[in-house]
Design a protein around this ligand. Sequence first.
Ligand SMILES: Nc1ncnc2c1ncn2[C@@H]1O[C@H](COP(=O)(O)OP(=O)(O)O)[C@@H](O)[C@H]1O
Ligand SMILES: [Mg+2]
Length: 370
Amino acid sequence: LTLPAAGDRGEPLEGLEQPAQSSQPEPRERQNLEPGSREPLAREAPADPVSPVQGGIFWSRALEQQVPPGFDSQQAASWLETARAARVASLERGGCGRSSNRLARLSDGSRACVRYGINPEQIQGEALSYRLAQLLGIQQRLPPMTLALVEARGRQWGQVRDELRGSHWAEGAVVSLTQWVDNLTDVVAPAPWRSEAGSGRRLQPLAAGELGGLTQSQLVELVQWTDLILFDYLTANFDRLVSNLFSLQWDPRVMHRATSNLHRAPNGGLVFIDNEAGLVHGYRLLSMWDKYNEPLLRSVCIFREATAQRVRDLHRLQNAASELLRLYRTHEPLSGRLGFLSEQQAQLLQGRIDFVHKHILHCKAMATSL
Ligand SMILES: Nc1ncnc2c1ncn2[C@@H]1O[C@H](COP(=O)(O)OP(=O)(O)O)[C@@H](O)[C@H]1O
Ligand SMILES: [Mg+2]
């Protein structure tokens, strides 16, 4: 992400702050969505089998079932275990982004992108964002990721000592290993967010009444985008859709180009990569980016019900940071090396959970009032 010089920033996103407006005609009966009661009660109007939205604000189960599977949690856990125990057989430049990253081949035959943080908060952000995705129940959209300690004489890195010397990575640094995914392709933001600078178009709210004419595959993609936007709001990750919105100032067609740090797997499912801007770096720069993060969140008024429930629980129990810490400590052996969120960052996370919860209630109220 390249930032413009001071004073270079215009206001291309005028109107973005419009509250999301829903014109959904008929909110569905909420009871149909409760676990264990999938079938409508006999007295209720029959559910429209083709409606992509249930309860006014939730993607239908039928639609969710069409979402291509992401990284299975058991397979991810087993790859992480293997990758931690494996030796790095080669380290190559290229294929994994910026010049400080490397493509590693591991002794078990798998490959991983290794990221070195110029600033430790980058690797911390990557690792904590991965665990927050787990807490939210959306981890299957992120490639499995673990931390590793760079020790040129250690068992893991001994075979690539020469390559390490050329990498300029500090001895003892903590790097991240992300499972390599073959044949990733680019993703352009879908229509609701494909505004053009100067076109006068606002960021269109995504609500149940706005879905007419969309194909099944467009809807399936939107299901994943709504999770992505919630995730990026919670982590304040500006290095994806937000950075594109920001670039509208000098690139009017930027929303028609590939979205940073987002790819499509061969099965069509979205893959959220490079989450290093989340939680730590993003929280440090909130004052700069929230004027983009917030309208983007408000542009979403349909949610995966499971994600909304996680947010509701984390709001009700006020335990987002402690749950995140629990997952981080349980699943990341090197968690102690990087430290956790500060008290202030933990409060910011909880505040953002509460904000998302309030937004979801607002969407529900809008949908019900129609
Ligand atoms: N796990 C991965 N599997 C396959 N390709 C990857 C993976 N991680 C990164 N890449 C490739 O490297 C590019 C840059 O990755 P990214 O992690 O965003 O690095 P940077 O630090 O340069 O932003 C991606 O667009 C993708 O092509
Ligand atoms: Mg990147």
